[in-house]
Design a protein around this ligand. Sequence first.
Ligand SMILES: Cc1ncc(COP(=O)(O)O)c(C=O)c1O
Length: 373
Amino acid sequence: MRIYLDNAATTPLCDTVLEAMLPYLKNNYGNPSSTHQEGRTARAGIERARKSVALAIKASTSEIIFTSGGTEANNTAIKCAVRDLGVQRIISSAVEHSCVFSTVNRMRNEQIEVELVELDSTGRANLEHLERLLKEGSKKTLVSLMHANNEVGTLNPIDKIGALCKQYDAYFHTDTVQSIGHIPIDVSKLNINFLSGSGHKLHGPKGVGFLYINKHNIIDAYIDGGGQERKVRSGTENVASIIGLGKAIELAIEHLEARRIEIEVVRDYFIQELKANFPAVHINGDYAGAYLFTVLNVSFKTSTPINMLLFKLDLKGISASGGSACNSGAVTASRVLTTLGIPEGYHSARFSFSHFNKKEEVDYTIAQLKEIV
Ligand SMILES: Cc1ncc(COP(=O)(O)O)c(C=O)c1O
């Protein structure tokens, strides 16, 4: 028996998604750029998927491009905003996913000024500081702040951040890789210029994602070639995976509320049992306020190093993580948790849920943790 509590790293592919993909791996093998029947069938599938993604965030289909995942979507947004939109200054944060954090850092080499917004103890951007930064700068600015933090689950108020960006004439890019399909997002009501998503965080396939580019922001090619994906991202499309992403996001939106309730029941039970069995436990992030319900980051007062703790859990059949998946296996401390400051003598694990998790799995996990911690 395996208990999978690492859904922020990736989620299992849902059966309906696989069924939707299979014809495009077999019979519908056409190149979507071909004009014959096979090509037209593949093209029609891609455009249906684009419609599903657009509908999910209330965008128009012309504002969605498919990418190889969240990493590429975020790279495209930031690098193209600098190259094509005259951005000379970026305001971001120390708790962004490394694909944003490293990209922003790299932009320093392009003579881009970088400011990091202050955060509260849960990892949420301080809006007063953000406003001060926006007010004082004279250079064209891009604000890049994530919606849900992938390690601790804290949510940023993207409505308010968007409004500030509008007020001070800055561009706004938000990484919604963790939140899309879990928390409703309506770009028609928010001031967002770029927004990223990824298939494998919502029971879709890996290696596919999307970038929403607001229709008023014209960017040039990020990958040159045959001119696919509105000439921004050339290369023959990953047809089956795009179909999978489309189906996965459709299902996530259709079952959003039902899945949320199921996951919150398991998560609440986990928190209750953690507090009852580990009185010194510390839960990181804004876990009781504005949070992403799939993520729970827990610090245990223990002398067992986190890698050992995770290893022992794994041996018992439980998959959890020490932070983001990119960090798993690494001995280095999580940048996010170091930024937020974890008390001395505590070690942190991330448990992340999907609607496939059950309360009985929590009972087993708590029993194992009692032996290990
Ligand atoms: C917040 C966030 N952004 C971006 C990514 C990268 O997405 P992908 O794995 O599709 O490249 C991840 C994946 O862990 C993430 O959690």
